[in-house]
Design a protein around this ligand. Structure first.
Ligand code: COD
Length: 296
């Protein structure tokens, strides 16, 4: 069980071969900062793709030695995404990272049938956060890719998150399916979906995890709050993953946490390679944490 974002840093130091990371549309100071920090920590070797003049200017003004760094010029953001995605697809890089480009342009490149990184799995976004008042890291999904997932997509989003946590050592992560209330109300689809997902986990249709829901955010995060409402649940107050009902709820939660002091890392799961997909406004620290999570 990981308690702090720094636990991810420790984990990576133990078992890591150097990965090549390609930064798509690299003319972004926070992203370049994060990439150079990860480079100095011996976690990745960067390739910077985008407007060469702008990239070099950022490196010079931040005193980064780019002499040995591969910089590939692209005429615009779409071209930068295409070059970067193709590099990963062709095995010339291990990790794709979003730079100064919108999520939807990057994701369209990732989903491109000819040169993209699509697999048979659904792609989904997974963030992991260290909060002041919670006893361990909490995963949050999907806050940035799937807009209004149906029950099938929600089940795939949970599976992606569970498989990832299984891979890094969690045997049976606890998943709280978030809704506005903790009882099933047929007028609130999120509560109906939550009940179905819980039963799917009971029947091992979604294996290697414990799922409970619907749970409101308060009883997912606080045992006391759950007990107060008479909810008897192994997940309440001890969740490892929050499955959010849709992108709006997820994104608002993600940004509320980011802007009120949470430490966060975020990646895209389900593609043929890990993808660092942070918000352009995220801090250099969040981007560095996300690179480390992707490399892990
Ligand atoms: N996983 C796998 N395949 C997918 C996924 C997915 N999550 N989403 C779409 N596809 C496939 C479809 O099956 C289809 O074959 C092809 O991709 C195109 O599907 P469309 O037409 O639904 O895709 P687009 O290009 O219109 O939209 C896909 C986006 C990911 C761009 C879209 O869902 C989107 O804009 N998501 C939100 C991104 C965003 O703005 N985030 C902001 C928060 S930072």
């Amino acid at each position: 069980m990981l308690k702090k974002i720094s636990d991810i840093h420790i984990k990576i130091q133990k078992n890591q071969a150097l990965k090549k990371l390609v930064l798509a549309s690299a003319s972004d100071e926070h992203s370049i900062d994060a990439v150079f920090h990860a480079y100095k920590k011996n976690i990745i070797i960067p390739v910077l793709v985008g407007n060469e003049t702008e990239i070099k200017q950022i490196c010079i003004s931040n005193k980064y030695d780019f002499e040995n760094i591969e910089i590939i010029h692209a005429n615009d953001k779409q071209e930068a995404v295409k070059i970067s995605v193709e590099m990963v697809r062709n095995g010339k890089a291990d990790i794709l990272m979003k730079g100064n480009v919108s999520s939807s342009i990057l994701l369209k490149g990732v989903l491109n049938k000819e040169y993209g990184l699509k697999t048979e799995q659904l792609l989904s976004h997974f963030a992991i956060a260290e909060l002041k008042n919670y006893h361990k890291l909490i995963g949050i999904t999907d806050v940035a890719m799937n807009i209004a997932p149906d029950i099938n997509e929600k089940s795939n989003i949970v599976s992606n998150a569970v498989k990832f946590l299984n891979k890094i050592g969690y045997k049976k992560p606890k998943v709280a399916v978030i809704a506005a209330v903790e009882t099933v109300n047929e007028k609130m689809q999120a509560t109906v979906d939550a009940a179905i997902l819980s039963k799917m986990a009971d029947r091992k249709q979604i294996p290697n995890c414990i799922i409970d829901g619907p749970l409101a955010f308060d009883n997912a995060m606080s045992k006391e709050s759950a007990v107060h409402k008479g909810i008897d649940s192994d997940v309440a107050g001890d969740a490892d993953i929050l499955l959010m009902p849709n992108i709006e709820a997820g994104n608002v939660l993600y940004k509320s946490l980011t802007y009120t002091g949470a430490k966060i890392a975020a990646i895209l799961l389900g593609a043929s390679a890990p993808i660092v997909l942070t918000s352009r406004s995220d801090s250099e620290e969040t981007k560095l944490n996300s690179i480390i999570l992707a490399a892990l």
